[in-house]
Design a protein around this ligand. Structure first.
Ligand code: NAD
Length: 476
């Protein structure tokens, strides 16, 4: 299947196309539109035309369209899950049970949130001051490849709910679910131009969207390097931007944790989606006194992960997303070894027989014996590679957890309630999970501190981000 643009209510071609490769086989599975500034301009003009009508619709009416889209994706869940697996190499069970259901939930959640959205009023002796939160106009949403539909809709849904029209650029590496979403919007009768999807490469299709004066705001999820470029481009024209960026997250196992539960959780946190989730716990900090016992369990559970064809329902570890990413992760493994790391399990490319013989697979890998300040422990790998770091005191655990330039998420595993809350307060991290990982309530703010991001999207805050606050003062 080819991935086309969806502009002004229709699928349309771009002048050029690039190959879309299936990561599990390394072979082309279709083509993706390689849009340029002209396509972006067309999409922005369509969104501008649609804005007056869409922004004036009652919130409940906007919500009705969004729910219709959600029901179509739900009906076609299998088609979406298969497309995502072919596109990304992730296990189809993950697409079926996590990615696509979450994308559906994004639409449903913000359809409701639109009708509950409030703003403030402050009265004093002489005046009444109230805040109007008005939609901005056309907003730009740029998303990465690791959770293609889930992260795309996490931006699109609050933007539409708040009354904006959208031009979104999905990742060129995983364009298929966005293509299908376009068809779902057409079937739902979404007014033309309200949501436009422009496929293509970052510098060719993403940059013109970021630089366009008609785009009031950019919501970006992706790498810290590109996020910094986008922040600069937005700063030049004083456009609002929110950035959800990389992570090097710590999972801290205290000596009083349930080690069986902790090792199961650590495997999930480190290797879900082949370690290609910004929230993955890629640095596992473990108390010295339980290190041997915990490591033994961790290694055994890592070795038990089922790696294979992502289209097989039993597969737990699929392929990495691209040849380029495979090369990057293999380079990180070579670096870890050259820095003195001891490979406890994994450590190289995995060979799968049959259809997937040429696929981009890497063995889930655990590495021990590296100092916290090595590049391996400082830089985001974004693959199935986790390191183990021992600690002796709570203070040392906190210092290790905070020792990178990132600050996205952290997990604290302990039975001691007081310790859990104290440690959570001192972690430099936008999200802290206590005895869990990647649990999300969409009403809470989401995002990182330090170089993991700027702005918090979630619930009311996400809706607010997509509005302009206007103060109105009435003399009394
Ligand atoms: P990336 O930064 O390479 O690309 C992200 C998106 O930006 C893609 O759509 C890409 O085409 C586009 N892009 C690239 N250059 C651009 C430019 N100059 N102008 C405009 N757009 C441009 O990231 P990726 O490799 O797709 O995704 C992996 C990264 O995303 C990891 O660092 C991961 O941690 C991060 N991520 C963060 C979160 C979060 O919520 N914090 C979630 C998922 C992924």
């Amino acid at each position: 299947m080819d991935a086309l643009n969806f502009i002004d209510g229709h699928h349309v071609h771009a002048r050029e196309f690039v190959d879309n490769l299936e990561p599990a086989t390394g072979r082309p599975c279709g083509k993706v539109a390689s849009s340029d500034a002209t396509d972006v301009e067309t999409a922005i003009e369509a969104a501008q035309r649609a804005f007056p009508l869409w922004s004036r619709l009652p919130a409940s009416e906007r919500g009705r369209y969004m729910r219709s889209i959600a029901r179509i994706v739900e009906r076609d869940l299998e088609k979406f899950a298969r497309a995502e697996t072919v596109d990304s190499g992730k296990p189809i069970t993950t697409s079926r049970t996590l990615d696509i259901p979450r994308a559906i939930k994004n639409f449903d959640f913000f359809a409701d949130a639109a009708t509950q959205f409030g703003s403030e009023s402050h009265a004093n002796e002489s005046s009444l001051n109230y805040t109007l939160r008005q939609p901005l106009g056309v907003v730009g949403c740029i998303s990465p490849w690791n959770l293609p539909l889930y992260l795309l809709t996490w931006k699109i849904a609050p933007a539409l709910a708040a009354g904006n029209t959208v031009v979104a650029k999905p990742s060129e590496v995983t364009p298929l679910t966005a293509h299908l979403l376009g068809a779902a919007c057409a079937e739902a009768g979404l007014p033309h131009g309200v949501l436009n999807l422009v496929q293509g490469l970052g510098p060719r299709a993403g940059a013109p969207l970021v630089q366009h004066p008609g785009v009031k705001e950019i919501s970006f999820t992706g790498s810290t390097r590109v996020g910094q470029e986008i922040a600069l481009a937005c700063a030049r024209r004083l456009a609002k931007c929110s950035l959800e960026l990389g992570g090097k997250n710590a999972l801290i196992v205290f000596e009083d944790a349930d080690l069986d539960e902790a090792s199961t959780l650590a495997v999930r946190a480190a290797f879900s989606n082949q370690g290609q989730i910004c929230l993955c716990g890629s640095r596992i900090l473990v108390h010295e006194s339980v290190r041997a016992q915990f490591t033994e369990q961790l290694v055994a559970k890592t070795r038990a992960l089922v790696q294979g064809d992502p289209l097989e329902p039993a597969t737990e570890q699929g392929a990495l997303v691209s040849q380029a990413h495979l090369d990057k992760v293999l380079g990180c493994l070579a670096l870890a070894k050259s820095e003195g790391g001891r490979v406890l399990t994994g450590g190289g490319r995995a060979r799968i027989e049959g259809r997937c013989a040429e696929g981009f697979f890497v063995q889930p890998t655990l590495i021990d014996g590296l100092h916290a300040h090595t590049r391996t422990n400082q830089e985001e790998i974004f693959g199935p590679v986790a390191t183990l770091l021992p600690f002796k005191t709570d203070a040392e655990a906190i210092e290790l957890a905070n020792s990178t330039r990132y600050g996205l998420a952290a997990s604290v595993l302990t039975r001691d309630l007081k310790r859990a809350h104290l440690v959570a307060q001192r972690l430099e991290s936008g999200i802290v999970w206590i005895n869990c990982w990647m649990v999300r309530d969409l009403r809470t703010p989401f995002g990182g501190v330090k170089e993991s991001g700027l702005g918090r999207e979630g619930g009311n805050e996400a809706m607010r981000f997509f509005t302009e606050a206007k103060n109105v003062t009435v003399a009394l």
